[in-house]
Design a protein around this ligand. Structure first.
Ligand code: FES
Length: 96
């Protein structure tokens, strides 16, 4: 998916990332990446859940690939934290 249509919240430039770092992910509803990250942190675990919480992805659908990427990254981050915790716990217990 091309990111050429993404626009910055502040300058409406068509850069992949702006200096402010707030990219509008969903142009249909003006939802930026910070809001997407917030709803995922608040428990959105699917595209439908993100749509229910902030409308992103419920219009033309162009942003759904980026929303999926955010979900996968959050899932990987969570799995990594679980693994880190398990490794730390194993070391602390002298097992594993
Ligand atoms: S850009 Fe998100 S639904 Fe259209």
């Amino acid at each position: 998916m091309s990111t050429a249509h993404w626009r910055c919240c502040e300058c409406v430039a068509t850069f992949d990332k702006c200096a402010v770092g707030l990219m509008v992910v969903c142009l249909c509803f003006g939802v930026n990446e910070r809001e997407i990250e917030r709803v995922v942190r608040d428990g959105a675990d699917s595209l439908d859940a993100i749509g229910l919480m902030c409308d992103a992805g419920t219009g033309c659908g162009c942003c759904r690939a980026m929303l999926s990427k955010t979900l996968i990254e959050a899932e990987n981050k969570s799995a990594s934290s679980d693994t880190d915790w398990a490794v730390g716990a194993s070391a602390a217990l002298g097992v594993g």
